[in-house]
Structures are given as structure tokens and as C-alpha cells.
Design a protein around this ligand. Structure first.
Ligand code: ADP
Ligand code: MG
Length: 263
């Protein structure tokens, strides 16, 4: 159904096939802002290559949970292991290394407005990862082709639709060959007609082998692509289950109420 959206539909999915994967483990993770306990004793192990959808009401701690993984926020307690190694509190090179292994896609795309699509990708490759301009440019074009955006490589974000900008942001998140990719409501800022093209790219990624954690309100999408649903409310994981089980018969009353509202 979605493949007609791309002029290079085969290429748009094929090159996601060799992605690396790593585990993520939360051990007794707590997060507070001042007196406000936002995450409460989170224990969760995500296995290499697993696709996990994080569901829950607004304000339940979903964004905070995934932002802790690449240290966009700092822990208040507990630890997070990536690929079985505690990440600790990193800065400088260590933080750069962590972020090159863990890609992040934001709700609001966060592209640099003064850079073209391809420059948005080459910037980090050249200045953070030390690539030479020519290979960086080639890599950017390959990534843009993978997300069906090759024709727009030299356009600025303002010249792109929201769906196109988000596809560029996904290509950018993949530039450093991460083993884990995190999505924070990647389609929530999009007009309805653009959601499909972004979900299509994410679906291809989900099949690529990369470890993927997606905060989303797209229930049908979560049901289709996730290996596991993690339901969170009030800063706690209340239920984890395979999608079929979660959507057919959620066991926690709050998950039941949540589904009644959103389905
Ligand atoms: P969700 O993504 O599920 O909507 P968030 O993780 O964004 O939830 O937020 C969880 C809770 O933490 C909310 O009550 C929110 O107001 C609070 N919160 C988030 N970020 C901050 C911050 N930087 N400072 C203070 N409180 C915050
Ligand atoms: Mg959020």
C-alpha cells in the first residue's frame, strides 16, 4: 500500500538490511525532577534486534525513559546498560560514542534550517566522526536514497513537507550506523496524509535487524511492527506483552482504560 509513495520503492527498503544491533537494559532506574518522581524503579531488558513500542498516556514518562538511554537526560538512580556495558554518566568522547551507537528521532524533526538535507547528514559525519567530505557526501546520498529522499538531497528543510523532513531526520539518525534507534512520537507533528510515508520507512527499519524503541500513539503500527509492547503510566511499567496479547486482552486495568480511549 505504501510502496507507491516512493519512486525508488525497492531501494527505499533494501539497504536497511545489514544494520547492527545491541541490547538495552534498565536496572532500577529512577528519574526525578526536583521532588517530582517521573520514573519509578524501571526494570526492562530489550534484546538485540528487538522492536519495542512504548505506549502510555501523556505525561507518563515515555519521553524521559528513552531520553535517558542516550543521555539527553541524566539518571537520578539505577543504571542503564547498552550492549551489556553500564553507560555511566558520560561526557566528551564517551558521550559522542554512545550517541553514535544510539540514534534518536524527535517528534519535531530538529533539522538544521540553514543546511540542506544532505548537509544535515554530512555535518555530524565530518565534524563529529571525522569523515572526509567526499565519503560523507556519498554516505548521505545513500541514506537519503534509502528513505526515498534522494531527489531532495539539496533542498532546505523549509522546502520539504513534514513527512519529508522526518525521513531526512531518520536518515541522519542512521548516519553513524547506530545499533539502536529511538523514536519519540515521530509522526505526532505530521499532517495525517504524511504519517504513512514515515511509518513505511520505520517499518523497513524494524525489519532490518536494528534494535528499535518507539514511543508512539499509532496503535495499529505498534501492533504490526512491535515484538513487544511496554505500557507505562505514572512513571511505572505496568505491563509488557506481545502486541496480540496486549491489544486483545490487556491485563492491567489502566492499560484496559487506555486502550478504550485510544482505539
Ligand atoms: P510523556 O513523554 O509520556 O508525555 P514525559 O517523559 O515527557 O512524558 O514527562 C513525564 C513527566 O515529567 C511529566 O509530568 C512532565 O511534566 C515531567 N517533566 C518532563 N521533563 C521535565 C523537565 N525537564 N523538568 C521538569 N519536569 C519534567
Ligand atoms: Mg513525550
Amino acid at each position: 500500500m505504501f510502496s507507491a509513495l516512493f519512486s525508488h520503492s525497492a531501494a527505499s527498503t533494501a539497504d536497511f538490511s545489514h544494520l547492527e544491533q545491541a541490547s538495552v537494559e534498565f536496572r532500577d532506574v529512577n528519574k526525578r525532577y526536583g521532588d517530582h518522581q517521573v520514573l519509578n524503579d524501571i526494570n526492562l531488558t530489550i534484546t538485540p534486534g528487538e522492536v519495542v513500542a512504548i505506549l502510555g498516556p501523556s505525561g507518563s514518562g515515555k519521553s524521559t525513559l528513552i531520553r535517558l538511554i542516550n543521555q539527553l537526560e541524566n539518571l537520578s538512580g539505577g543504571e542503564i546498560l547498552v550492549d551489556n556495558k553500564p553507560t555511566g554518566r558520560l561526557s566528551g568522547n564517551g558521550l559522542r560514542q554512545l550517541r553514535s551507537r544510539v540514534g534518536f528521532v524527535f517528534q519535531q524533526f530538529n533539522l538544521y534550517a540553514h543546511l540542506t538535507a544532505s548537509q544535515n547528514i554530512t555535518l555530524a559525519l565530518e565534524h563529529v566522526h571525522g569523515w572526509k567530505p567526499r565519503p560523507a557526501q556519498e554516505r548521505a546520498l545513500t541514506l537519503l536514497e534509502n528513505v526515498g529522499m534522494l531527489e531532495k538531497a539539496h533542498h532546505f528543510p523549509a522546502e520539504l513537507s513534514g513527512g519529508q523532513q522526518q525521513r531526512v531526520a531518520i536518515a541522519r539518525a542512521l548516519a553513524s550506523s547506530p545499533q539502536i534507534i529511538l523514536f519519540d512520537e515521530p509522526t505526532s507533528a505530521l499532517d495525517p496524509e504524511m504519517i504513512g510515508e514515515v511509518l513505511l520507512v520505520m517499518k523497513a527499519l524494524a525489519h532490518s535487524g536494528i534494535t528499535m524503541i518507539v514511543v508512539t500513539h499509532e496503535m495499529q503500527f505498534a501492533r504490526e511492527i512491535a515484538d513487544r509492547i511496554v505500557f507505562i503510566d505514572g512513571g511505572q511499567i505496568l505491563e509488557t506483552a506481545p502486541p496480540e496479547q496486549f491489544f486483545r486482552q490487556p491485563s492491567h486495568p489502566r492499560a484496559q482504560r487506555f486502550l478504550q480511549k485510544v482505539l
